[in-house]
Design a protein. Structure first.
Length: 211
């Protein structure tokens, strides 16, 4: 049903993108910049990330097919990748990796920061791209579901924009403890979703629908 697909799509993308975790990284990347510059960077980063995720959601299956990869195999590989991300979230490794990426890119120009590392890979990284492709495959050519998926991508990235614009307040509100607890809760949810993607892929291969 469309409602079930909508909830699954939102839960998957929200957990992987993790908008709230963007606040400290955005602050680190834009330290010393004025409000207008920060707003410009946030808007540009979200637009780039949306274009990337929407493109892979709409054209990712054709790209995988061109490589000769069956989609059940991609489901399994994608599920394993998402499980790895969930593992990082559960053991507080993902935020450290994001912080290291932010530190390496801090000296870049504002326009460069918006594209890298904010848009790619912090917002629309490998996990988000994989999830968008897997969810698009779950739509099975249903244009209503594909439209809902694009709307969900826009919604999740809009949340990223709000968090970026209110980064200082969000970071103060959550604090270190809040970020850890929230990240680990989302990690558990993502681990379950990742296992489901793997199970779906295995069942498709076992059922002989591997191409």
């Amino acid at each position: 049903m469309p409602t079930e697909f909508l909830l699954k799509a939102f839960a998957t993308l929200f957990v992987i993108v993790d908008p709230l975790a963007l606040a400290p990284v955005f602050l680190a990347l834009t330290i010393g910049l004025g409000e207008a510059e920060r707003r410009q960077i946030a808007v540009r980063a979200v637009i780039i990330a949306f274009c990337v995720l929407a493109a892979f959601a709409l054209g990712g299956q054709r790209f995988v097919a061109l490589l000769g990869i069956s989609f059940p195999a991609f489901r399994i590989a994608g599920g394993l990748l998402l499980f790895f991300i969930a593992f990082e979230m559960l053991f507080e490794k993902r935020q450290a990796r994001h912080a290291a990426t932010a530190e390496a890119a801090r000296e870049g120009e504002a326009q460069q920061i918006a594209a890298f590392p904010l848009a790619i890979p912090l917002i629309s990284g490998p996990g988000a791209i994989t999830a968008a492709m897997l969810l698009a495959a779950s739509a099975q050519g249903d244009y209503l579901r594909l439209g809902l998926l694009i709307a969900v991508i826009a919604l999740v990235l809009s949340l990223c924009l709000v968090v970026a614009l209110l980064a200082a307040r969000v970071d103060r509100f959550l604090g270190v403890t809040g970020r850890i607890v929230f990240s680990r809760l989302l990690g558990v949810v993502l681990a379950a979703l990742a296992v489901q993607f793997v199970v779906d892929g295995v069942l498709e291969l076992a059922g002989g629908t591997g191409r």
